[in-house]
Structure formats: structure tokens, C-alpha cells
Design a protein around this ligand. Structure first.
Ligand code: ATP
Ligand code: MG
Length: 438
């Protein structure tokens, strides 16, 4: 048995892991609001939710995201499962905490052969992702994404639809930021030539690139355009533009995306340097960025990935999608004072045990009707009860004391307008229910 004496000598306090955060009430309401808006907007575009595992085989990510990306090279939480057979040198299956959602969604789509039933699938997901990066503002090791994937369509209309969905989503939150940047990465027809041009350009400046970019220059020269080292940003300032080397099909695809955005009045800027941090992208890529969050500027990002389904052993089915960082989004909501306050419908303040006992069953009946009610837990002064109601962001307070009880009425105070009203106890339940309905 643990005695009080033992507790005093207890070992060091256990803390959370660096880069992993708890989300407490007070903040979680904003998350719930964001998630509810996402579900509403995504449904309007006929996207359905898919729930995929958090743990996958390591190979899924190395094969899809790309061996030479930062994520696969150094950021994944990977471990060996305990399924190794007894014997010398036997290894268990390598498993990885998902660093992103697209690979898992495509794996599920291929594994369940969803394309045989209906090749066009519009799917969305939300949940935690894991990358072992340097934790800082807007950059966590466990972070959360809301993402969507449209599989089975290669046309530019669906690229535009995805961008409109994001536009509507940000608008539904009342945000004026982030802003949209788009680019085209070309396809297997036109990218090789661009890659060769870029490689030649980089080779001339190799000495000024960071060690990481130098190392992967031959295997993946495009990565240098995505590198955040000042030396690399400077060295690639005048790099050849992807947009100048697009083949006719890619150029037309990209022109249509831009035309559709114009016709639907969605503002965007072209950013020919945007290559994104994952290798599977082609044609349209995009980022929604804001200047309000410092260097962690990307709130949502994505693009087209026509080769990915095939790369994960499925048929040649095109796809396009995005992922949005919920931590960055909620930070932006706070900065733009768009955070939904949450709060409670009603707070019951009582003076004296008979008033409490009268209020208790009513509290229950109101809660059963979906009205958010809290009732004071201790006998305290009215002033301190009002302070508590304020703290809980109650929209209204019902005040019931011995005097009121004797007169058969209660006082209902609207916390926003500060107006008070006396209501007879016989009508109280109806009046409070009506308040909620309005
Ligand atoms: P960045 O350039 O900021 O590193 P990224 O290119 O790695 O972002 P993606 O992999 O495309 O980002 O993920 C999409 C979104 O997920 C980002 O725009 C961002 O909002 C969010 N995100 C990515 N990594 C993190 C992280 N470590 N912590 C918090 N949010 C993140
Ligand atoms: Mg990153």
C-alpha cells in the first residue's frame, strides 16, 4: 500500500515528451469548432471520412514519400515490432508512426480495391501525425492534420474543386489569411528535362549549397528549391523556372486550374519555386501561407500525385489532395481573434439548501434537452458565484435564493446584455428552453 510518507519520497515527476502537447478544455473548443466546420464544408463537396491506422509498415512511407526527403531520411518515429522469430539476427517488422496521411489513405484504397467498386473516391481524414523535427512555435513532433484526397480523377476541375473547398473552409472560419500560392511540377514527360537543367544550374553553385543539398543533388536536385537554409535560398534565387518547361498537356492543365480559380474569384499567386517536401507530387501543387506565423508559414499544402497509387502497387489511378496543420490554424484563429469562445448555456447560482434541491432536478431536465448547464457546487456568496459563471463563460445565470423560492420566482440574468428578469418558477423550465432555442 502507498502511504502518504511514500508519496513524499516519490521519484521525479513524469512529464510529457518534448514536442508532444496536451490540448486542454479552453483550447479544445476551438479544435472542435474547426473540426465541425471541416466536416460541414467537406461534406458539401461530397468528401467522406476515412479512418486509417496511426501505425503503418515503414516501407509504405519510404516508398511513397521518397527515400531522399527530410521526412524519410531523419524525421520518422520507427521501431521494430516484437514479431521477430527466435534465432540469430532475425528482425521484427519495421513500423512507423505515420508522418502524414496520404500514403495511408492510398494504401487503404488499394488494399480494399475501392477502385473496383467506384474509381472516383473523395476521402478526408483528421488526426495526429508524427515527425521528429526541432520543436518550435508551430512545429511539433506530434501535430494534427485535416486532409483530403480525391482519387480517380486527373482533370483540372478537381484540382480547382480542392482549392475551392479550402477557400470555403477558411472563409467559414472567418479568416482573411492564409493566401494561396500555386505551381505546376510538370509530369514524367517534361520534368526530366527540367531536372537536368536544374541540376546543371546547381552544379555551378554546388559549393554554396548546404551539406544536405550537396549530398542529394544528383538523386533529387529539386529538393534544393525547398531547402530553408539561407545559402540554398540565395543560390537558387535565379534557378530555372519549372513553369517555363511544362509540356503542352501540363501547360493546358495548369492554365485551366488558373482559369477556374479566376471564374470563381479565388485569389492566388504563382510561385514557381514551390516543389513541396514530398516526392510524389506532379502537376498542380499549392500552399496556403500566412505571414502571421513567422517562418512556420504554411497552413495547408498539397497537390497532384498521379503516380502514387501505382507506386503503391495499385492500378494507374490519378489523385490530388492536401493536408492542413490544425496547430497552425488554431494559432491563426487566435491571432485573428476568431477563436470560438465555447462556453456554457446556463449557470445555476443558489443560496441555501432548499434552493439547491429545487434546482437540482431542473438542471437534470435541462441537460437532457441538450442545454449546457452547470450548478454551483458549494454554498458561497452570490458575488463569488457570479465570478465563477463569468469564468465558465455562461451566457445566462439563474439566481435562486430562499427569498425567491418563497415568492415562487427566480432571477434570470443575461450575461451579455446584463439584463435581469424575474420569472415564475412554474414557467422557468419553458423560459430557459426557449432561450436556448433562440
Ligand atoms: P513545413 O514546410 O512547414 O515544414 P511541410 O511541407 O513539411 O511544412 P506538409 O508535410 O505538406 O508540410 O504538411 C501539411 C501541413 O501540416 C503544413 O502546412 C503544416 O501546417 C502542418 N505541419 C507539417 N509539419 C508540422 C509540424 N512538425 N508541426 C505542426 N504542423 C506541421
Ligand atoms: Mg516539414
Amino acid at each position: 500500500m502507498v502511504s502518504c510518507e511514500d508519496a513524499k519520497n516519490s521519484p521525479m515527476k513524469i512529464t510529457s515528451i518534448k514536442g508532444f502537447a496536451d490540448i486542454f478544455p479552453g483550447e479544445v473548443e476551438t479544435w472542435q469548432w474547426v473540426e465541425a466546420q471541416a466536416r460541414r464544408v467537406f461534406s458539401a463537396y461530397n468528401f467522406a471520412e476515412i479512418r486509417i491506422p496511426i501505425l503503418e509498415k515503414t516501407e509504405l512511407f519510404s516508398r511513397s514519400i521518397g527515400e531522399t526527403t527530410d521526412i524519410v531520411e531523419k524525421e520518422m518515429y520507427t521501431f521494430e515490432d516484437r514479431d521477430a522469430r527466435a534465432g540469430a539476427g532475425a528482425e521484427g517488422t519495421k513500423l512507423t508512426l505515420r508522418p502524414e496521411g496520404t500514403a495511408g489513405v492510398v494504401r487503404a484504397y488499394v488494399e480494399a480495391e475501392l477502385y473496383k467498386i467506384e474509381p472516383v473516391r473523395k476521402l478526408y481524414y483528421l488526426g495526429p501525425m508524427f515527425r521528429r523535427e526541432r520543436p518550435q512555435k508551430g512545429r511539433m513532433r506530434q501535430f494534427h492534420q485535416i486532409g483530403a484526397e480525391a482519387l480517380g480523377r486527373g482533370d483540372p476541375y478537381i484540382d480547382a474543386e480542392i482549392l475551392l473547398l479550402l477557400h470555403d473552409f477558411f472563409q467559414s472560419l472567418g479568416l482573411t489569411e492564409p493566401a494561396l500560392q500555386i505551381n505546376s511540377l510538370g509530369c514524367s514527360e517534361c520534368r526530366p528535362q527540367y531536372r537536368a537543367n536544374l541540376l546543371a544550374f546547381l552544379k555551378e553553385r554546388e559549393a554554396t549549397l548546404c551539406g544536405n543539398c550537396q549530398r542529394r543533388i544528383d538523386r533529387n536536385p529539386l529538393r534544393a528549391l525547398d531547402c530553408k537554409e539561407p545559402g540554398c535560398i540565395d543560390a537558387t534565387k535565379d534557378a530555372p523556372s519549372l513553369l517555363d518547361g511544362l509540356c503542352a498537356v501540363c501547360a493546358e492543365h495548369f492554365a485551366t486550374v488558373q482559369r477556374l480559380l479566376g471564374e470563381t474569384k479565388v485569389n492566388f499567386t504563382l510561385n514557381p519555386r514551390m516543389v513541396r517536401g514530398l516526392d510524389y507530387y506532379c502537376r498542380t501543387t499549392f500552399e496556403w501561407t500566412t505571414k502571421l506565423l513567422g517562418s512556420q508559414s504554411a497552413v495547408a499544402a498539397g497537390g497532384r500525385y498521379d503516380g502514387l497509387v501505382e507506386q503503391l502497387s495499385g492500378p494507374p489511378i490519378p489523385g490530388v489532395g492536401f493536408a492542413m496543420g490544425v496547430e497552425r490554424l488554431t494559432m491563426l484563429l487566435r491571432l485573428q481573434e476568431r477563436s470560438d469562445a465555447g462556453g456554457l448555456d446556463l449557470y445555476f447560482a443558489w443560496i441555501g439548501a432548499p434552493a439547491r434541491d429545487w434546482a437540482f432536478p431542473l438542471t437534470h431536465r435541462l441537460r437532457q434537452q441538450g442545454i449546457g448547464v452547470e450548478i454551483e457546487a458549494e454554498s458561497r456568496s452570490l458575488k463569488s458565484q457570479m465570478r465563477r459563471a463569468d469564468k465558465l463563460k455562461a451566457r445566462a445565470v439563474v439566481i435562486l435564493g430562499d427569498d425567491e423560492l418563497a415568492k415562487g420566482l427566480a432571477v434570470v440574468r443575461d450575461m451579455a446584455s446584463k439584463q435581469q428578469q424575474e420569472i415564475s418558477l412554474d414557467n422557468l423550465e419553458t423560459a430557459l428552453t426557449a432561450r436556448k432555442a433562440n
